[in-house]
Structures are given as structure tokens and as C-alpha cells.
Write a protein that binds this ligand. Sequence first.
Ligand SMILES: [Zn+2]
Ligand SMILES: [Zn+2]
Length: 353
Amino acid sequence: MLPEKNHSAVFSGPKNFQIKDLPISKIQHNKVLLKTLSCAVCGYDVRVFNEGHKKVKPPIVLGHEICARTLNTVNLQNHKIIPEDRRVIVSPLIPCLKCPYCITGHYNSCNNLNEIGSSVNGGFADYIDIPQNSILINGIIPITNNICDDEASLIEPLSCCLNAHLNFNIPIRDEFVIIIGDGPIGLIHLQISKLYGAKTIVVGKVPSRLNEAKMIGADMVVLNNDLDESIKTIWDQTYKIGGKLIIVATSNPEAVDLALKVAGKNSLISIFAGISKNKILQIDPNLLHYNQITLTGSFSSTPTVMKNAMDLVHEQKINLRRLITHRFSLDEINKAFVITEEFGGLRAIINSF
Ligand SMILES: [Zn+2]
Ligand SMILES: [Zn+2]
């Protein structure tokens, strides 16, 4: 039996959600209709909700960290087969499949990228329609039974963090890695960094989150109340060599300044988080020049990396469950956004629709 209406939180402009029942389009042979099981609230969602975003045109349903169940089967080009009634995670990417980046499989760099939960309706709704190009890149990934719905929704952010680490391409075993940001993304980077054998320092502003970082295995945490003090502590604790890899996992632009000041020679700084709108940074190019520092960024991931991320959770090498601190129904979505914005706990999940 096909559902008739789609209970949805519609982002209708800055700071405005409207809970509405949207019509559901008929199931088509080249699309998959999903029943949402869990959708996590990302820092990006909160930024879009507060400030808007150039790639988001309201009214639209946000939500791109999705665990869902397939409601129909699809057989595209005789090799992309999606079975019915399977629990899956979804890559948010809807690439054009025609541009030079798509042709080489770099779908997250697509020149004409659409994204579920940004430019196409996403997971803060009962049902999600997944278009053909997502299926063609294997963007719908079945999950194993030992992964619960809520943690499955966090495989998407894990996948983005993993993609960043794969891009760095520098060995970090026994090196100092400095993660600036003590939120859920910082704590995922921490787990990956420890998995790769790095000595990992987490810098943050929320004591309860820094405690969690210690429990997860951070070699050191720095409560960043005073920038100069934090910089001195990090240099002392790294025996004056600074970080080999510095990950900026916060949208606070001051973090980039801090990253430059704790970066060691021949190091790499990665801007992982989107930085709040209208913030222009000043960077001293001599710092990069004399210390041979690489300043880079990473965005999203690909379905191949997402499958690898799922395997890490399946093998219990990464623990996403401990990052979930709040659960809400769709009708309570405003509460979930307030808690996320106020750093109350770690990740909030919408899981009853
Ligand atoms: Zn996200
Ligand atoms: Zn493309």
C-alpha cells in the first residue's frame, strides 16, 4: 500500500519550519521511494536554518544524514538493483554524470551537483524520493543488521570525515594530529585519527565534550578559553614541533587562525567544516611559505567511501552510538535544532515520524 501523504518539516526561509503533509508522487520505475527511519541533525542544517545558504532554495525539506527502508525495487540498466524492504543509508549526492569530475568518479566535485536535503527534498520527512542518478552511483547502500537505525544515520558524516583523511595522503601514525572542534564531527575525526595510530589532541570550548573526547581516547584535550594560552600549551605538549595534521572541525573562523599558529613544519591544515557566512579570514602567507604548510579542504564523500565507512561501523572500529545524545519526533524538530545550536550534548536524531 502506497502512502498518500508525506508528513514533512518544510524549511520555508531563515528560522522557519512548517510542519506539513506534502503529496507523494507515484512510484516510478527509475526512482526509489524510502520510508525514513532516522535522520540526524547536522551543524550544516542548523546553519542553513539560521542564515540560509546559496544552494538551498526554500521551500525545501532539509536532512541529509539518513537511514531508511526501501519501499520499491528498482532495476536500472540491468545492473543497479535495489531490493524492496531493505534498511539502507543514502549518499546525499545527485551528480550530473556528464561533467569531467563525474566521468572520473569524483561525484562530490560535480560541476552541476544536486544534493538530497539541500537542493532536493531530504530526510526530515516520512518519505524520501531518491532520483535515478543517486541509484546509478550506488548511492543507496544496504546496511548490516548489527547497525541500528540511529547510528546508521551518522555513517554519512563519518564518511565525510573518512573522505578527508583519504585526501590528506600523509602518514599520521605516531604523529601529532590536532583537531579543533569538540562537537560530533571532531569526535569522529578523533576516532579515525586514533584508528590510524596518531597522537591526537582535541581543542574545544565545551568541557563535557572534551571529557567525552578523553573517554574516546584523545591523548590530550585543550579547553580553549584563551587563544594565546591554548597555543602555548599545544607547542609545549608537542615538544615544539606542532601538529603534522590540523583539522578544523568547527564553523568558527577563529579556528583557522588557531590552526595556522599550531601547525608544524611540513604540516597540513584541512578546513573540514563550512565556515559561517560573511566571515573573511586574514592569513599570513609567510606562515605557509616558510613552514611549508599545506592549507586544504574537503567536502562530502562518495558512495565508495560511504560503504567503507559502513564497514568500519559494522566491524565496530568506529563507535557512532556514543555520539547520539538526543532523540526527537519530527513534530519536535525545532527543539532538536535549538539543542544542536546550543551545543547541548552531541548529535540529535529525528527518528519518529
Ligand atoms: Zn551533515
Ligand atoms: Zn557532474
